[in-house]
Design a protein around this ligand. Sequence first.
Ligand SMILES: [Ca+2]
Ligand SMILES: [Ca+2]
Length: 176
Amino acid sequence: MRRLILMPFAVYALFGCELTDVTSVEGDLATNPPGESGTDQVALSVDIDIKPASVNNVVSLQPRGLSMVPVAILGTESFDVLWVDVSTVAFGPGEAEPVHDVANTCASCGHHLQDVDGDGVIDLVLHFRVQEAFDPSDAAITEACLDGLTLDDEGIPEEVAGVPFSGCDAVRLVSM
Ligand SMILES: [Ca+2]
Ligand SMILES: [Ca+2]
């Protein structure tokens, strides 16, 4: 383990460049979650779908109203969305919190379980205020990420309880 940690630093020192191989590390963790060491804080990689009904994922930055952007955390065989601690979830550069007020402000707000991609595995749909997730200065970004923690409850496999997770999806911000 020590060698694994030291090597990237050695490479960094030699070439002065940033390592970009994070994706493969996360991919490995998705199928082989952190084990006995317990100190590994690299996030589990999850799949998310910004605007589940949309492929282009266009989000309007128009500064009016409480426009919401839905984001689905996709469940898989190795990641049950019931593990998600919704209170820890943050989305976008602005790290917006999911909207909790289901009853009053709008019918489609709050979060719910739905199989949005039709793969037979339940997904978790959360809603975020566009203005909290994005700022006009973010207009050029092409990807937005969501992260959070899993619950640390009984019934959740120990290796995935109370651990960070993260996922990204393409997005196109428009200001008109
Ligand atoms: Ca989408
Ligand atoms: Ca699904």
